[in-house]
Design a protein around this ligand. Sequence first.
Ligand SMILES: *[C@@H]1O[C@H](CO)[C@@H](O)[C@H](O)[C@H]1NC(C)=O
Ligand SMILES: *[C@@H]1O[C@H](CO)[C@@H](O)[C@H](O)[C@H]1NC(C)=O
Length: 195
Amino acid sequence: MAKTLFEISFSFTIFSIFISQCLILAIYGKQDVFGQRLSPTKHGLKKEKLTHFKVYWHDVLGGPKPTAVIVVNPPNSTLNGGFGSVTMTDNALTMRPELNSKLVGRSQGFYALASQTEVGLLMAMNFAIMEGKYNGSTISILGRNTVFSKVREMPIIGGSGLFRFARGYVQARTHSLDINSGDACVEYNVYVMHY
Ligand SMILES: *[C@@H]1O[C@H](CO)[C@@H](O)[C@H](O)[C@H]1NC(C)=O
Ligand SMILES: *[C@@H]1O[C@H](CO)[C@@H](O)[C@H](O)[C@H]1NC(C)=O
């Protein structure tokens, strides 16, 4: 059955409305989208890599230039082993155990005495790397540190710059500890997955 002129012009009108709606969506639609799917490779995320760093972390509490400062001293701290104490740090990260060896970054953050039964720290710190191509990139670490254990493992929960989408872990081993001043040098082995 042949279509009437009315039917043809009606379909054409519907078609025109559809096309103009598509155009409007194409031109203005983007502004209304919340959350957009991106291609990881086009965004520069090509291949995930595993990198290992060994650094020495210097906790200097005493002397004329401390880099670790107790900012919260809980009441009756001797009764419960200092539980609740918070120390803010801007500690040097060096290549070798000596404090005057090559500086490769700083560990900025805090640690808090979070256990009432042992020396167990909550650590929250950013390793701000200053060396080579990693200069300006950061690795964020959050974890539990029972400082008198031989090896303490803490998760890497993220990063910035070359360490975007970072995940991994660090292993901390005490290299030296001065009981009187509290100064410590800790070896950190960092295992980080990143792009
Ligand atoms: C500190 O401990 C003493 C002795 O147990 C107690 O009398 C006092 O109330 C405690 N002070 C605080 C601030 O908790
Ligand atoms: C790291 O970057 C800072 C800021 O861009 C620069 O001043 C510094 O010299 C760089 N350090 C190294 C070791 O490349």
